[in-house]
Each structure stands twice: as structure tokens, then as C-alpha cells.
Design a protein around this ligand. Structure first.
Ligand SMILES: [Zn+2]
Length: 128
């Protein structure tokens, strides 16, 4: 029998993934982090690969998603207010990295920050 995994999310920084991992494990859900070794040895390369992936067994998928939704931090603006989606007015947005070209793949911190609404997937580009 093949073991199926579900990728709950990707994290740019291993520390973020470790926080979520701790919450899930406290609920009795086994968690697997991928690519963490790569990240710690070379941050630039690991960012280009998409950071740390947090995986759970497919059988734990629904429970893991519920817990993840409770503990994840939604994006906030510079004043700490939740980013409001201009399309559906939801406040559940995440930072969105398009990484559309090689330059940003190598230097993701130069990419202008955007947000993606978790409800309707609308991508917001905040005014500067
Ligand atoms: Zn929306």
C-alpha cells in the first residue's frame, strides 16, 4: 500500500513551518517537513525551490487544514490591519509571490509584495 501525502502549505522560512508543525503535532497529527535541510544550508537556493513544504498524511488532510486555518497568520498591512480583499471584502489574505522571472527567483526579497485573497483568489497589489 502506498502512503499518500498532502501538502498543507509552503513556507519561505523554516521557523514558520516549525510553529505550524508544533500545533498539528499537539493535536496528534504527524507532520513532515520537506527541503528543510536545503534551506538551512543555502537560503537563496531554497527560496527559489519554494521554501519548506509542510506535509501530512492524506488521511489527516481535513483535520490538518482546519487547524492550519486557525493558527496561520493572515497578511496585514504596515499598520497591522488585516489586508481587505477589494473583490469580496474578506480579510483572509496571504502574501503572494509570483516569482515570474529569474531575477526574482534568485532574489525573492526584491519582488514587490502582493496579497492573494484566500476566499476568492483575487490578487491585490497594495498602493505605495
Ligand atoms: Zn476576495
Amino acid at each position: 500500500m502506498k502512503t499518500e501525502f498532502y501538502t498543507l502549505g509552503s513556507f519561505e522560512f523554516p521557523a514558520d513551518a516549525v510553529v505550524i508543525k508544533g500545533k498539528l503535532e499537539a493535536e496528534g497529527i504527524p507532520v513532515f517537513l520537506r527541503d528543510e535541510a536545503t534551506i538551512n544550508s543555502d537560503p537563496l537556493i531554497s527560496a527559489a525551490l519554494g521554501g519548506v513544504k509542510l506535509q501530512v498524511y492524506s488521511s489527516d488532510r481535513e483535520r490538518a487544514k482546519e487547524i492550519f486555518d486557525e493558527v496561520r497568520n493572515y497578511a496585514t498591512d504596515n499598520l497591522g490591519n488585516p489586508v481587505v480583499c477589494p473583490n469580496c471584502k474578506a480579510t483572509k489574505s496571504e502574501i503572494y509571490y509570483s516569482r515570474s522571472n529569474v531575477f526574482y527567483k534568485l532574489f525573492p526579497f526584491f519582488e514587490p509584495r502582493k496579497y492573494q485573497c484566500m476566499q476568492c483568489n483575487f490578487i491585490t497589489k497594495p498602493a505605495r
